[in-house]
Write a protein that binds this ligand. Structure first.
Ligand SMILES: [Fe+2]
Ligand SMILES: [Fe+2]
Length: 363
């Protein structure tokens, strides 16, 4: 299990509840005391989070020794300290901190740092050998950041400004202009959370689709925001279910289906979201023949805008990897969509052929 876990190193009897709680919400975590670090051999972790006091020389020495003895030397380390303190930052840097956060901890900045370090640790998003310079990954980081903010907004009602959404949408569009769809698909697939992967994949695909259809900037921005927000209702679904490695049971599927109506309610309740974004969240699982959910809408009651999002959503879900199914190639996924006669808009499915082909990659 170590390969997909975060190692949380602490100096107390138990890890501090704030950091442990935040991390467990999203990742597999193995907490270890500093003194027990030496006992861990031949295991690889995604990231080490170090929540230890390092202000005193004796504490710093103990931690330095423990890190030296730790087998996985190249692991990236995120340090957490109690408050902003230049001395602590310098000490953390001296013993190999790749990043440093201090309390009070905010979930969004913690997740952002953790995700960035995990991605960087994989080496691939910024690997020039794969032809993707680091700056081209900024749209992805903007997407990850805003996805986290959107989840926070959905869960806590914490303010999410239009400006924030627009600038993330613009960063994504800019990246999509500079990066091939295949690169975007490859990048997004590196994210460890299925929920994030999916939202970012749908966003990239729907923006690519909009570009192919000749959309101007304001329409591209609308579809980008729709991609980011379409599954916002998943914030109301337990993380265990969202990240479940196996296929959902019928009962679990019923729970999962609630995300569409929940998303619509979240956006309506908070106000300020255009009706097409509310519809994208509430109706992206509706089908033209009335066989979708939550309302069994039919034909013309489903807007073109929603139809676009639905196509991007289905395609993304088909090409995503699940542990219980192998990922489909873009062309196989497209063939399945062509077979969904009566459910999807045929003219849009035809136009989508080009996007499916563009998003095809081997990796
Ligand atoms: Fe959905
Ligand atoms: Fe979705």
């Amino acid at each position: 299990m170590s390969g997909d876990s975060i190692l949380l190193v602490h100096d107390g009897v138990a890890p501090r509840p704030d950091i442990l709680g935040f991390l467990l919400n999203r990742y597999k975590v193995l907490p270890r005391r500093v003194r027990d670090l030496v006992g861990i051999r031949n295991e690889n972790y995604l990231l080490m989070v170090v929540d230890c006091r390092i202000g005193r020389t004796s504490d710093l020495r103990e931690l330095t020794e423990a890190l030296k003895a730790f087998a996985q030397k190249s692991i990236r380390k995120l340090f957490i300290s109690d408050g902003p303190d230049r001395g602590t930052t310098l000490s953390a840097e001296a013993i190999g901190a790749a990043a440093h956060l201090h309390r009070p901890l905010e979930a969004s900045s913690l997740y952002f740092s953790v995700d960035q370090l995990i991605l960087a640790g994989m080496g691939r998003p910024v690997d020039p050998a794969r032809g993707l310079p680091a700056q081209k990954a900024r749209g992805l980081y903007a997407g990850i950041d805003i996805t986290e903010r959107i989840l926070q907004f959905a869960i806590t009602g914490q303010k999410l400004s239009q400006d924030e959404l627009y600038s993330a949408g613009d960063a994504l569009i800019e990246t999509m202009t500079e990066t091939s769809l295949a690169d975007w698909v490859r990048l997004v697939k590196l994210h460890h959370s299925r929920t994030y992967r999916h939202s970012l994949l749908v966003t990239g695909i729907v923006v690519g689709f909009g570009m192919h259809l000749g959309f101007g900037h304001s329409d591209l921005r609308r579809v980008a925001l729709a991609g980011l927000l379409h599954d916002i209702g998943k914030a109301c679904i337990p993380v265990d279910l969202l990240e479940k490695p196996d296929q959902l049971t019928p009962d679990e599927h019923i729970i999962m289906k609630r995300h569409a109506a929940a998303g619509r309610e979240i956006l309506r309740k908070h106000g300020g979201f255009s009706p097409d974004l509310v519809d994208a969240a509430g109706q992206h699982h509706e089908f033209l023949d009335g066989s979708g959910y939550p309302d069994g809408l039919m034909g013309s009651s489903i807007s073109d805008f929603v139809r676009l999002v639905t196509i991007a959503d289905i395609f993304s879900a088909l090409i995503e990897e699940r542990s219980y199914k192998s990922q489909l190639s873009a062309l196989d996924a497209y063939a399945i969509m062509q077979g969904m006669k009566g459910q999807l808009d045929p003219a849009l499915v035809s136009a989508f052929a080009h996007v499916a082909q563009q998003s095809s990659f081997v990796g």
